[in-house]
Write a protein that binds this ligand. Structure first.
Ligand SMILES: Cc1ncc(COP(=O)(O)O)c(C=O)c1O
Length: 427
């Protein structure tokens, strides 16, 4: 019997009665436990996890080093608040991030609990440091759902509908795509110049917020000239370049930060998701000249939680001991195999794109993408949607070549089913 089984069905029903109706669960996975790339649901069904909990569990489920670090820190103390007191795990983690982040040195760190809180803090920091009101962001971009972050988000209209007025002073321009020649960087920069000449002068902009590869927007990789040109433009006008590495960072693309692929030095980096292998933690890293706000100007009770910092230190060890390079090599294997699927089923797979283990497959429409996700789930593979008609493959960086082969076999079979004339799924 395909999942969901009886216990999963019962829990989904109980969830429906008690949890917020705002979530978008693509299929009824009810997880009981996970190890490495594999998760088991409450009915004992096994799945290969190519979601990593939305690109979070970069070291796989329950990595023994991460679990040991969490256990050890939890026995010492679970919380004390870095806003009021000092503790070594937070200081050690800040030191390591400052050493690794490609921002102007010396630098400082502010720890948060989530991606949205990192973006929220970066918006405040940019306004504080520049005393300018405006922000530039990109259509297709996703930066979170709190009021400030949502004002920058331009991914899906439903995410903003009903929440106006948002933070004023945000201008959106198109994000260029290396998959579509008609969406090159010139279109974007022409639009920015138009805004500068007609609506708001460049010196009124505090910051540009940009994802080096758009995550929720469809795993869109921009052309190589895009970020260097954006850096040059922002430097010319004293605008801060804030890079949102919340999904693309922490080794996923084969570099610790995706922005390193193009040699650009941003002013501020926002991270979260993969930094602590699933423990809630985020951070803003900025040059010390920018992050010099006075005591009391920003804080967070839980930000930089010591157990999360311990998990992050263990995660950084694993990333530096080989997982970053592994993301590049395994990503090449995965992309190559997915291109094979595209060649076999060109009527179903319209594009394969991404960098490292941030890979997407695009389909002709959202209906096919959703059917494919359901069929993959029934066959034992977990994937998530991205953009309007794509699925993303963002497994843990520990993924093996055999696990990639299993996932691609399932996708191949599902695409064959969908490509078959008069496929049962069309009826
Ligand atoms: C690029 C990016 N920025 C910000 C966020 C928001 O993070 P969170 O859900 O932790 O608030 C996300 C989440 O998907 C993201 O992908």
């Amino acid at each position: 019997m395909p999942p969901p089984g009886p216990r999963a069905k019962d829990l989904v029903e109980r969830d429906r009665h008690t949890l917020s109706s705002s979530f978008t669960r693509p299929y009824p996975l009810v997880i009981e436990r996970g190890e490495g790339l594999w998760v088991t649901d409450v009915d004992g069904n096994e799945f290969l996890d190519f979601t990593a909990g939305i690109a979070v569990n970069n070291t796989g489920h329950a990595h023994p080093h991460v679990v040991a670090a969490i256990e050890q820190q939890a026995r010492r103390f679970v919380h004390m608040s870095g806003t009021d007191f000092y503790y070594e795990p937070e200081i050690r983690l800040a030191e390591r991030l400052c050493e690794l982040a490609p921002v102007k040195q010396p630098s400082h760190v502010f720890f948060t609990n989530s991606g949205a809180e990192s973006i929220e803090g970066a918006m405040k920091l940019a306004r504080w440091a520049t005393r300018r009101p405006h922000f530039l962001a990109f259509t297709g971009g996703f930066h979170g759902r709190t009021m400030g972050a949502l004002s920058l988000t331009g991914s899906k209209a439903i995410q903003r509908e009903g929440f106006a007025p948002l933070v004023p002073g945000v201008f959106h321009v198109p994000f260029p795509s290396s998959s579509h020649p008609s969406r090159g960087s010139d279109v974007t920069f022409d639009r920015i110049e138009e805004i500068f000449h007609t609506v708001a002068k460049p010196e009124s902009f505090a910051a540009v917020f940009v994802e080096p590869i758009q995550g929720e927007g469809g795993y869109i990789v921009p052309p190589n000239d895009f970020l260097p040109r954006l850096r040059a433009l922002t430097s010319e006008h004293g605008i801060l370049l804030v890079v949102d590495e919340i999904q693309s960072g922490m080794g996923r693309t084969g570099k610790l930060f995706a922005v390193e692929h193009c040699g650009v030095e941003p002013d501020v980096i926002a991270i979260a998701k993969g930094i602590a292998s699933g423990m809630p933690l985020g951070a803003i890293i900025a040059g010390s000249g920018i992050m010099s706000w006075p005591p009391g100007s920003h804080g967070s009770t839980f930000g930089g939680n010591p157990v999360s910092c311990a998990a992050a230190l263990a995660t950084l060890d694993l990333l530096e001991e080989g997982l970053i390079e592994r993301a590049a090599t395994q990503g090449d294997i995965l992309k190559h195999a997915l291109e094979g699927v595209q060649q076999r089923y060109p009527s179903v797979v319209k594009d394969v794109r991404g960098r490292g283990l941030m890979c997407a497959m695009e389909y002709p429409n959202s209906g096919i993408a959703h059917r494919l996700m359901h069929l993959a789930f029934e066959a034992g593979l977990l994937v998530l949607p991205t953009g309007s008609r794509a699925i993303r493959l963002c497994p843990a960086l520990t993924v093996s070549a055999d696990e990639i082969a299993v996932a691609v076999d399932i996708l191949d079979q599902v695409c064959a089913d969908l490509a078959a004339p008069h496929s049962a799924h069309d009826r």
